[in-house]
Design a protein around this ligand. Structure first.
Ligand code: GDP
Length: 307
């Protein structure tokens, strides 16, 4: 019997591991709990960047060149928007827009985000369960040398240039886990933490107190795939942010961050291991499907060994 696996994930880095897991597990045995701290409203539309990255990646629609959005996208909406003098710091492709419009309309009609996401996944032939971490608003805010910035302003508009002093998750204290999240962690045979940014993509999930407690309580081993490859972040601000927060950029810091419930870690190649934590090693750079499947297998094998 194949193990039931629940993976906590952000967007780009996490989606690669989830795709690898999808290649080796029955869809019914795989649940992804996704960060919604990046979610925001733009022109009245509800946008869920990490959930959408997962939907696009797993359904083969992700734009590999841009690293965000859809493959084969067209940009008529943005051109029309610019001609009207609209703010254009956040790019919305025409196909991408359809997802946001439909989600916004259904949310306005009173439907819960988890049902909407579930329907989108099924519509695109995805059999795994994709759960938002919460249906209550949680807003990641970054305190920087240029002031307090909403996450997308920091990430997209300012391209992560401002130096980060602190990160805050507004609403997390009172946010409840989305339906199914706690059960998915409690009933899993294995829980994985994707190589997503620990401070910006995984921390918002952990900031929901009941989810953090579920990780402490679960009998499943929790295995972390390190986002560091040869001492650097593959993409995005992970390493820069660690340095700005005064942290050493290495796996010790990642392990210390997840201390209390992490049972093991997958580290890249010859990268230094974090002390007394059980580790498995592989090339964790996930270029293609083969890489993704290999990293997923190594993470799963380590977790099953630790059971
Ligand atoms: P975002 O929410 O779209 O910013 O994406 P995530 O937080 O899920 O992913 C960003 C993190 O993924 C960064 O810390 C990267 O170092 C890490 N990452 C991206 N690709 C890979 C990869 O192929 N292997 C590993 N180990 N980490 C990766």
């Amino acid at each position: 019997m194949s193990p039931k696996v629940t993976v906590l994930t952000g967007g780009v880095g996490g989606a690669k591991l989830v795709e690898g897991l999808g290649a080796i597990l029955a869809p019914a045995d795989l649940t992804a709990v996704v960060n919604t701290g990046d979610d925001f409203r733009h022109f009245g539309l509800a946008i869920s960047p990490d959930i959408d990255t997962l939907l696009y990646t797993l359904s083969g629609k992700a734009n590999r060149t841009l690293g965000w959005g859809r493959e084969g996208e067209t940009w008529s909406f943005m051109a029309a928007l610019r001609s009207l003098g609209g703010e254009d710091w956040f790019n919305l492709g025409d196909g991408d827009l359809a997802l946001h419009v439909l989600r916004s309309a259904r949310l306005a009609g009173g439907e819960p985000l988890s049902r909407i996401v579930g329907d989108f996944a099924r519509q695109w032939g995805l059999g795994l369960t994709i759960l938002p971490m919460s249906e209550d608003p949680v807003e990641t805010r970054v305190d920087t040398d240029q002031g307090l910035l909403a996450f997308q302003r920091y990430f997209v508009e300012h391209q992560c240039r401002p130096a980060v002093r602190a990160v805050d998750f507004v609403g997390a204290e009172t946010a409840r886990p989305a339906p199914g999240v706690i059960e998915a962690i409690a009933c899993a045979d294995v829980v994985l933490i994707a190589p997503s940014n620990p401070w910006l993509s995984i921390d918002p999930i952990l900031a929901v107190a009941a989810i953090r407690q579920a990780l402490i309580d679960t009998r499943a081993p929790v295995v972390v795939v390190s986002p560091l490859v040869a001492g650097k972040a593959v993409k995005g601000p992970t390493a820069k942010l660690m340095a700005e927060l005064g942290l050493a950029v290495n796996n010790h810091t990642i392990a210390a961050h997840y201390q209390g419930w992490m049972a093991g870690m997958v580290v890249h190649g010859e990268d230094a291991a974090p002390g007394d934590v059980p580790v498995a090693r592989t090339d964790t750079l996930m270029h293609d499907r083969g890489d993704r499947e290999r990293v997923a297998r190594v993470a799963l094998a380590l977790a099953l060994d630790l059971r």
